[in-house]
Design a binder for this molecule. Structure first.
Ligand code: SIN
Ligand code: MN
Length: 259
């Protein structure tokens, strides 16, 4: 999949692109089953909310075949290679549950803020691509974005080690309000199988999910191979140290697993 000039211009303006229904319901079914399997595992990569339900499964592409295939899917990897201008490696891989009733908040942050400060990634030459495994609605804790906030570089942040089970460099209210006044605030929602690509500098968050509906989203964080991290402070399954360029697999790689 290649992006048009119009899509590239839209990405540069807002910091994100939305692709409704990029994966079929059969492909999503394979991935949803895989998510349920990995959430049952007692592994250090599977982090839990205070209630015990899964919050996120890190590096699931290294221990689950469906997620391995998704991690090299051409519908995800090719447009990111196009935008970053060359080969990419997987910096981080998360299957975020945001479970019904218990899914907790992700505070306002920029992903590159954490990658720069904790992992010494040289440039924001990296981005996220999210695959919805459930319908994402206004009700079940969608991602929320401040469009255009990626144009501000790395903004000031404080290290939040307390609010949730996941340490994050988070923005204060004044900064979020100022960026909101410039570009507004949106919640891109859509069906399971939709894909959301966003800049590693885009300011984002998500509210708790108190609805009875799960909101599972897989995040691939891809980085240009020359821009690999320089500091190995975090566990290797949080901030990967394998900088091998990803070779996109055939387009039917997930369809092959449909029973
Ligand atoms: C993230 O920002 O990395 C995750 C947010 C979410 O899954 O809601
Ligand atoms: Mn994030």
């Amino acid at each position: 999949m290649q992006l048009s000039q119009q899509q590239i211009a839209e990405f540069e303006r807002s910091g994100y692109l939305f692709f409704p229904n990029a994966f079929s319901s059969d492909e999503v079914g394979v991935l949803k089953q895989a998510a349920n399997e990995v959430y049952r595992l007692e592994r250090e990569e599977v982090w839990r909310e205070k209630s015990g339900v899964a919050r996120t499964a890190f590096a699931a592409h290294t221990y689950n075949d469906a997620f391995r295939r998704l991690g090299a899917h051409p519908r995800l990897i090719e447009p990111v290679m196009q935008l970053l201008g060359g080969p990419v490696y997987m910096h981080q891989y998360k299957v975020n549950a945001k479970a019904a009733f218990d899914g907790d908040v992700w505070q306002w942050h920029q992903d590159y803020g954490t990658w720069a400060r904790d992992d010494l990634m040289p440039e924001p030459r990296a981005m996220n691509i999210a695959v919805f495994l459930d319908d994402v609605t206004a009700a079940n804790g969608p991602l929320i974005f401040l469009p255009g906030s990626h144009k501000h570089g790395v903004v000031d942040a404080g290290h939040d080690l307390e609010t949730t089970s996941y340490p994050l460099w988070t923005l204060d209210r004044e900064t979020v309000t100022r960026l909101y006044q410039e570009g507004g605030c949106v919640a891109p929602t859509g069906d399971a199988g939709s894909v959301l690509m966003f800049s590693s500098l885009l300011v984002h968050a998500s509210p708790p999910n108190i609805s009875p509906m799960d909101r599972t989203i897989v995040y691939l964080s891809l980085c240009h191979v020359e821009n690999h991290i320089r500091q190995f402070k975090r566990p290797e399954w949080v901030a990967h140290r394998d900088f091998t360029p990803i070779e996109p697999l055939p387009d039917d790689t997930l369809a092959e697993l449909v029973a």
